[in-house]
Design a protein around this ligand. Structure first.
Ligand code: GAR
Length: 321
């Protein structure tokens, strides 16, 4: 198994989600370790448990200091721990945009509602009062907007006729304790998940003008141009075309560019067996450190090489302004 992801959990109180994640991390195949539990409240119950389980803890009360100062102290503690990810588990603080920005794509939160419904507080009461059939919980990426980032996982929880906010919260907590550890595991291993990798390629390929997906020899592949005369500009190879691993084939301007790429980074690029001769280069996508901006640029370049002039002309004109 690849190196385990290192996680810092931030809590404010009870810490039952923290406990669920901590014990999940002790299962043999869990892809993450908890290396710090930190809190804005030195009396948080969860700190005691974490420390009894041998996890490093850190507490800094927020009273008497600005939000910026407090966030900076928490950030430093997490950095010192060596964590790759922050997991918020009942961390009842509004975070500064600066702190959030430092952890873009690396900070997760759990919220006790089916987002985008009921951001903020009193989620269960609001769901019951609205007459909803289900409450639930969501794990999402943290962005500067409260409870607004991409939802990574959700569990619905049936609202029973005699539920009040407390009984619904209590039952939802069971769902939270299952959802959070599983969603974290899927997220920290996403770069090894072929479906996730394919989605990353697909959304970038389809964002280019006049593109459509049409499989080629069973591999997902993308064409530019109309249905009849369109041309392929990208192939997703996952055990296709006689290749191992996962890679993306894109078109180059010719053998000079192929050579230059192979020279520049022989770990990243290789010549595809069947397409190398016709100017394609393969970019490895399964190394766990893919630079998606680079992949996006490669796709755009390849698209440009094969796109009909009527499309590239428009872009050239737009670029002049
Ligand atoms: C959990 O129900 C969590 O979803 C919620 O606080 C509780 C913390 O419990 N979080 C939020 O409301 C965040 N907006 P815990 O300390 O036992 O994990």
């Amino acid at each position: 198994m690849a190196d385990k992801a290192k996680i810092a959990i931030l809590i404010s109180g009870r810490g039952s989600n923290m406990a669920a994640i901590l014990y999940a991390s002790k299962l043999p195949d869990c892809p993450y370790d908890i290396i710090l539990v930190a809190s804005n409240n030195a009396a948080a119950k969860g700190l005691e448990l974490a420390s009894a389980e041998g996890i490093a803890t850190f507490a800094q009360d927020h009273n008497g200091m600005s939000r910026e100062e407090h966030d900076a102290i928490m950030h430093d503690a997490v950095i010192r721990s060596g964590a790759d990810y922050i997991v918020l588990a009942g961390y009842m603080r509004i975070l500064t945009a600066d702190f959030v920005q430092k952890w873009t794509g690396k900070m997760l939160n759990i919220h006790p509602s089916l987002l985008p419904k009921y951001k903020g507080l009193h989620t269960h009461k609001r769901a019951i009062e609205a007459g909803d059939c289900y409450g639930g919980c969501s794990v999402h990426l943290v962005t500067a907007e409260l409870d607004d980032g991409e939802v990574l996982g959700q569990t619905k929880v049936k609202i029973l006729p005699d539920d009040d906010a407390d009984s619904l919260a209590e039952r939802t907590l069971f769902a939270e304790h299952q959802l959070y550890p599983a969603t974290i595991a899927a997220y920290v291993t996403r770069e090894q998940n072929p479906d996730w990798i394919l989605d990353q390629v697909r959304k970038r390929a389809l964002a280019l003008e006049e593109t459509l997906e049409r499989p080629s020899f069973g591999a997902p592949a993308w064409r530019v141009g109309n249905e009849k005369s369109g041309k392929y500009f990208a192939y997703f190879a996952h055990r296709h075309f006689g290749e191992n691993g996962i890679s993306l084939f894109v078109k180059t301007s010719g053998s000079d560019e192929q050579e230059a790429l192979l020279d520049a980074d022989p770990e990243l690029y290789f010549l595809p067996k069947f397409y190398g001769k016709s100017g394609w280069i393969a970019v490895r996508l399964d190394r766990g450190n893919t630079d998606w901006d680079h992949v996006e640029a490669m796709l755009a370049k390849s698209w440009r090489i094969v796109a009909p002039i009527r499309l590239t002309k428009l872009i050239d004109i737009a670029n002049e302004f």
